[in-house]
Design a binder for this molecule. Sequence first.
Ligand code: SP5
Ligand code: ZN
Length: 342
Amino acid sequence: MIILYSDDHRQQAGRAELNDGRLVPCHERPERAEMVLARARQMALGPLRPPSLLDEAPILRVHDKAYVEFLKTAWDQWVVEHGDWDALPLNWLAPNMHRRVVPESIDGKLGYYSFDAGTPITEGTWRAALAAASCAVTAADLVSSGDRASFALVRPPGHHAGQAFYGGYCFVNNAAVAAQRMLDGGAERIAILDVDYHHGNGTQEIFWERDDVLFVCVHADPRQEFPYYSGHADERGGGRGEGFTLNLPLPWGTDWPAYAEALSIAASRIQEFTPDALVVSLGADTYEGDPISRFRLTMEDFPRIGAMIERIGLPTCFVMEGGYAVDALGVNIVNVLTGFEG
Ligand code: SP5
Ligand code: ZN
């Protein structure tokens, strides 16, 4: 399968995230993509291609204009107000405070548009996020024009980013951009399968009221795990979209048998929806060795995930999300893809 990749991902290299009460080196770092790239080459997974163009129009199909404007300008305003060090939010809204007026100060804006303190904005954040989304767009176009599969090897990841918010290391929702791109290219229905360890709260929010995009997510139970306030089993979509969101939360410690059962329920729901194509939010933070996660999938389980996705039988666009056991990330991500190719 063709691999979409841009070196511009290196433009996002945050210094630190707030974790367990300390500022620690960012888990979401450039080496992640380098490891996957090296393994993809070693396994001859497929030819590398850059995005066909860098264009923010496909991003604006799923994100608010004012939010995108914020992403493009936040760093410059931060530098003016605080100097040349990663921008992290320090305050958020409590219930019954006002979201009506967008603050002018950068600290107000950061809190207004974010939901955690783990996602630094840096000088190159926008350039990296634009390149990632553009890889996802090109990957979507390949599938729309007949390729059985494509792989957007991207970072920063995307599935926590909503119409007008960032967080969870995500700024632009690459998988959502890809899904919307396929619809805009003529598809009637698209399914998104999210197998990252964390709930894809941004993707869910973007397509909550939509019946042309089915969002199915297998993830750690938000009672125990980040993002905590989204991803419960009773969240099923709203309005026309009711029944077109399916959440399959699993407890800490989940291993292959329980995971496979959830994935098989996910696969059945996707087939019942009869979409034109599938977008996979592909995280490998379900791995037993992941430093911030608590599932127990082994290296041997990742090809099985790929094989199960292949059996859904749809043209499939893979978009990379999380996975923080950097030394194993290349093997685990590429294992899903070789498992898919059989
Ligand atoms: C794309 C993606 O996978 N984003 C994940 C963001 C998770 N950020 C919160 C991490 C909290 C980790 N706390 C675990 C502490 C282990 N000592
Ligand atoms: Zn994750």
